[in-house]
Design a protein. Structure first.
Length: 147
């Protein structure tokens, strides 16, 4: 029996399907959620969210948010969410390079600007990881798990 997974942002419903498993970037680490999971409410950090369905994985770049789990449904209220298809890998690579160059300028790690740049670097790395999965598999955000 599958579990319903809905990934929602303020702007749109990014994903809504029945899946076999959800792996989410929880604040304390990765969370694996199967059907009939105990109820749970937790925050999400920037990271890769993966849904598994019929031997395939689909990845999403998540920009933080909240995860609500009920026995039959997982709801992700994300600050930002993108499918692998939506990610412009060239743009994400340029953003990563800009962030790396800014960090190399020697800002004090205690400064707010340093934290902003570090977060931008983390986001671009996540977007690149998810976006490159599309490129490797040739499928929209999916990877074949049968190998």
């Amino acid at each position: 029996m599958p579990i319903r997974c809905e990934i929602v942002t303020q702007e749109r419903i990014v994903y809504a399907e029945d899946v076999d498993m959800v792996i989410a970037p929880g604040a304390e680490g990765a969370l694996g959620i199967l059907p009939h999971h105990s109820p749970l409410l937790t925050t999400l950090q920037h990271g890769e969210l993966v849904v598994k369905k019929a031997g395939q994985e689909q990845s999403f770049a998540i920009g933080g948010g909240v995860l609500e789990v009920r026995p039959d449904k997982v709801t992700v209220l994300a600050d930002a969410a993108e499918t692998a298809d939506e990610i412009d890998v060239t743009r994400a690579e340029a953003a990563r390079k800009r962030a790396q160059e800014l960090l190399a300028q020697g800002l004090p790690p205690s400064s707010d600007r340093f934290a902003e740049i570090e977060n931008a670097l983390k986001r671009s790395n996540i977007r690149l990881r998810v976006g490159q999965k599309k490129r490797r598999s040739g499928l929209p955000g999916a990877m074949d798990m049968s190998h």
